[in-house]
Design a protein around this ligand. Structure first.
Ligand SMILES: Nc1ncnc2c1ncn2[C@@H]1O[C@H](COP(=O)(O)OP(=O)(O)OP(=O)(O)O)[C@@H](O)[C@H]1O
Length: 230
């Protein structure tokens, strides 16, 4: 089943064109790497697909529903319930401990306090940072914050994970552990993934690769450069 679909997505920042008409289809349980040189539009595409940034024109559909026309309330409901978002630098809430940060999406979705904390601790464990549960982000390394942010992005078991350079702040081994976890969730639970990366090693974890150049799909790119992931 096609989970996420983009058609002729165009986005500019004032006079600067960032996306010049992107088409893609992402099937359930598939991992799409979005690659290309700096400034080619990767992050902008991820933001448009995740409903964070409205495109200027074109369509983004999630499970057939128009995301680009959805209200802010509907888009934040999707982001809270069905989407997981992970950026290069975790962006944890500085006043909350790791466990509180990870439990937050569950609490916002109406989960009970004790149950949400238990689930949060479980996910911190899967990321290998359970000992940081009661630590504030300011007392953690960048890599530790990133692992907590990954736990927070995955704790709701989203249908789609949007990840922008998720391993940028991690050493090789920890990065591999995170990517292994993500691949496992795609294979076992059918989570779909949009993975923005500069790294060929990271892109190799994906089922397909969409190569962007100057805001357009590069037809000479590697992999299934039409962006169809089936
Ligand atoms: N907030 C913004 N305001 C103005 N221009 C922007 C903004 N964000 C991005 N751009 C421009 O849009 C284009 C695409 O940027 P984007 O961040 O999507 O590229 P990217 O491929 O993710 O880059 P990088 O790999 O360096 O992170 C670039 O020309 C960039 O300068």
């Amino acid at each position: 089943m096609t989970l996420l679909q983009a058609r002729a997505v165009v986005k500019s920042y004032g006079p600067t064109p960032a996306l010049r008409g992107i088409d893609l289809d992402l099937e359930e349980g598939r991992i799409l790497a979005v690659t290309g040189p700096s400034g080619c539009g990767k992050s902008t595409l991820l933001h448009c697909l995740a409903g964070i940034l409205p495109p200027d024109s074109g369509e983004v559909r999630y499970r057939g529903r128009r995301l680009d026309e959805a209200s802010e309330a509907e888009r934040s409901r999707l982001r809270r319930g069905e989407f997981g978002v992970l950026f290069q630098f975790g962006m944890l809430v500085p006043e909350l401990t790791a466990a509180e940060n990870v439990a937050l999406p569950l609490l916002l979705a109406g989960g009970g306090r004790r149950e949400s904390r238990a689930t949060a601790l479980d996910w911190l464990g899967r990321l290998g940072v359970e000992e940081l549960a009661d630590t504030l982000p300011g007392e953690m390394s960048g890599g530790q914050q990133q692992r907590c942010a990954a736990a927070r992005a995955l704790v709701t078991e989203p249908s789609v994970l949007f990840a922008d350079e998720p391993t940028g702040a991690l050493d090789t081994l920890v990065g591999e552990r995170l990517l292994g976890l993500v691949v496992g969730l795609a294979r076992e639970r059918g989570m779909s993934v949009v993975l923005v990366t500069h790294s060929a090693t990271v892109a190799a974890y994906a089922d397909a690769e969409l190569v962007l150049r100057d805001g357009a799909v590069d037809p000479s790119g590697l992999g299934m450069s039409t962006g169809a992931v089936r």
